[in-house]
Ligand binder design. Structure first.
Ligand code: FAD
Length: 474
C-alpha cells in the first residue's frame, strides 16, 4: 500500500515504487499530474488486465463542505459508496490523501513495432474475410500482451508512397505499435546517464514539435505530410526494445506536456466480435475522414489517433465501467484523436468524429479530454443509471448539501439543475471570452505577416523532406 497526499504527482511516487519493488501497474503517461487529479477523473494507461488508476484506490480522506475530514475506505464503505468516491470529479470535497494498493511486479519489456496500417485495419479493396483476418491479427497482439498502445500519425509514409509512384492512402502509412510484456529479464537501459540522455532528447523533441506545429503547420497545414514523412521516423532513433522498471516503462515520454495538444477520447466495450468490429470501424472512420479532408486541402488531425486497452473499472463514473458480475470478462478500448492546440480545423473535425464515435453502443467520453460541442447533455444518459446511483450515494453520504463542489459544467453533465448558479456562470465565462476576443484581434494582424514570412521557409523544408524521403524509400 502507498498513502499519498492529494498533491503527490505521478513522478513523486516513482522513487518509492523503484525502492519497494511494488508498482501502480498501469497509469497515465504523464509524470507531472497529481494523484488526486488522476484518480478523480478515472484516468488510465494501458494494460489488458488492468483498470483505471481509480481501481487501485483503497481509501481516501476527503474534507467535505462542512470542513469535516471523512475517510472512505474499501473495507468499511458499502460497495456503491466506494464505487462513487473512487472517481468523483471533485464533487465530494477536497481530497486530502489517497491510499493506493501497489503490486509486486516484474520488469517490463517494451517493444516498438512499425506495421503497415493495412495489416490490421480494413482498406477499401478488402472483402469481409480479409477484414476479419486483420481484426483477428490485431486481437491476437492485444490479448496476448500485458499492454498495447496503438498510434497512427497521419501521412507518415506520404512522400515515400508518392515517391514510389503510388497514390497516398491511409493504408500506406505505418502504425506504431508499443507492446509491453512483464518479464524477469534484467533492465537494459537503467543507467542514470542513459535515462538522462533519453529524457533530454524527449524534451527537445516535444519543444520542437510544439514550435513547428504552432508556428509553421498551423499556418501551412498542407506541410503536415512533409513533417510526419520525416518526423515520425525519428521515433526509430530511440532503442526499439528496452527492458525497464515498470514506472519507467509507463511514464515513458518525459516533458509530454511541453507540446500543447487538444484531444477527444472515448471508451468503448470490447465484449463480442461485433464490438471489436465497431472499434475497428471507429479507427477507419477517422483515417477515411483525414484522407477526405486532405483531398479538400485541410489537415485537422495534426498529431495522432491512439488506442489503449484495459480491463473494465469498478468506478461508477469511469468511462470504462462494468458491473461487478461481468467485470473480469469485459475489456475496453480507449480511443483518442489528438492535434496540436493551434490546429485551425480541429473543432469541426472533433465534432464530426465525436458524432460517429458516440453512436457506437456503450461509448462514453473520457472526462479529462475535450467535450465536443453540445455533448455534455448526453453524458448522464451514456452512463445508464450510474449517474443516478452516484448522486444518490453522494446525497446519502451528506458530503456537500449546498453543492459547493459542483460547478455549472458538472451540473450540466451530471444532470443537476439544482446546482446551477447564475452568478458563477457570468464570472467564470466572462474572462475567457474577453481573452479569446483579444487574442483573435491580435492574431489576425500577426497571422498574415507570419504566413508571408514562413512561406519561403516552408518550401525549403518541403524540398528537404522530399529529398530525405527519396533517400529513405522502403
Ligand atoms: C499531455 C497530456 C497527456 C495526458 N495523458 C493522459 C493519459 O495517458 N491517460 C489519461 O487518462 N489522461 C491523460 N491526460 C489527462 C490528465 O491525466 C488529466 O487531465 C488529469 O486529471 C490531470 O491531473 P491534474 O493533477 O492536472 O488534475 P486537475 O486537472 O487539477 O484536476 C482533475 C480533476 O480532479 C479534481 N481534483 C484535483 N485535485 C483534487 C483534490 N485535491 N481534491 C478534490 N478534487 C481534486 C479536479 O476538481 C478535477 O475534477 C493527459 C493530459 C495531458 C495534458
Amino acid at each position: 500500500m502507498a498513502a499519498s497526499t492529494a498533491g503527490v504527482t505521478t513522478a513523486d511516487l516513482i522513487p518509492l515504487q523503484l525502492e519497494s519493488g511494488l508498482a501502480v501497474p498501469s497509469n497515465v503517461i504523464l509524470d507531472t499530474v497529481t494523484y488526486a487529479g488522476v484518480v478523480n477523473a478515472a484516468c488510465h494507461g494501458t494494460g489488458w488486465t488492468e483498470g483505471t488508476v481509480s481501481d487501485y484506490v483503497v481509501a481516501m480522506t476527503i474534507v467535505d463542505a462542512d470542513s469535516v475530514a471523512r475517510v472512505f475506505s474499501k473495507d468499511t464503505c458499502d460497495a456503491d459508496t466506494f464505487a462513487a468516491v473512487q472517481c468523483n470529479l471533485g464533487t465530494w470535497g477536497v481530497i486530502y490523501d489517497i491510499t493506493l494498493q501497489l503490486r509486486p511486479v516484474a520488469n517490463m519489456a517494451v517493444e516498438n513495432h512499425f506495421r503497415p496500417q493495412g495489416d490490421f485495419f480494413a482498406t477499401s479493396t478488402d472483402d469481409t474475410v480479409a477484414v476479419e483476418k486483420k481484426l483477428a491479427r490485431l486481437r491476437h497482439v492485444i490479448e496476448g500482451s500485458t499492454g498495447t498502445e496503438l498510434f497512427w500519425m497521419p501521412f507518415n509514409r506520404y512522400y515515400q508512397t508518392v515517391a514510389a509512384g503510388d497514390a497516398w492512402t491511409p493504408a500506406a502509412d505505418d502504425l506504431w505499435l508499443r507492446v509491453f510484456h512483464n518479464t524477469t529479464e534484467e533492465v537494459t537501459h537503467g543507467a542514470p546517464t542513459v535515462r538522462a540522455a533519453l529524457t533530454g532528447m524527449q524534451r527537445w523533441q516535444m519543444l520542437l514539435s510544439d514550435f513547428i506545429h504552432r508556428n509553421i503547420l498551423s499556418v501551412h497545414p498542407m506541410l503536415v505530410p512533409a513533417f510526419y514523412s520525416l518526423g515520425f521516423h525519428t521515433i526509430k532513433l530511440f532503442p526499439q526494445r528496452m527492458v525497464e522498471r515498470v514506472p519507467h516503462a509507463i511514464h515513458y515520454q518525459a516533458h509530454i506536456d511541453a507540446f500543447k495538444v487538444v484531444s477527444f477520447e472515448v471508451a468503448v466495450p470490447l465484449t463480442t466480435t461485433d464490438s471489436w468490429a465497431a472499434f475497428s470501424a471507429m479507427w477507419t472512420t477517422v483515417t477515411s475522414r483525414v484522407a477526405a479532408e486532405h483531398a479538400d486541402g485541410r489537415c485537422p488531425l495534426t498529431l495522432a489517433m491512439e488506442a489503449r486497452f484495459v480491463r473494465s473499472s469498478s468506478a461508477l463514473l469511469a468511462p470504462s465501467y462494468a458491473p461487478d458480475e461481468v467485470r473480469p470478462d469485459v475489456h475496453h478500448a480507449y480511443v483518442e484523436i489528438l492535434s496540436s492546440a493551434s490546429t485551425p480545423d480541429w473543432p469541426a473535425f472533433r465534432d464530426a468524429v465525436a458524432a460517429e464515435w458516440l453512436a457506437v453502443p456503450g461509448a462514453r467520453i473520457h472526462w479529462s479530454k475535450q467535450f465536443p460541442t453540445g455533448a455534455t447533455a448526453g453524458v448522464a444518459a451514456s452512463f445508464g443509471g450510474n449517474v443516478e446511483r452516484f448522486k444518490a450515494t453522494r446525497a446519502a453520504a451528506g458530503v456537500d448539501a449546498p453543492n459547493m463542489f459542483v460547478n455549472n459544467w458538472l451540473a450540466g453533465a451530471l444532470a443537476m439543475p439544482e446546482a446551477i448558479r447564475a452568478t458563477g456562470a457570468v464570472r467564470r465565462d466572462g474572462a475567457p471570452v474577453a481573452l479569446a476576443r483579444m487574442q483573435a484581434e491580435r492574431g489576425v494582424a500577426s497571422a498574415a505577416a507570419w504566413r508571408r514570412a514562413t512561406t519561403l521557409f516552408a518550401w525549403v523544408v518541403a524540398v528537404l523532406v522530399l529529398v530525405a524521403a527519396l533517400a529513405g524509400r522502403r
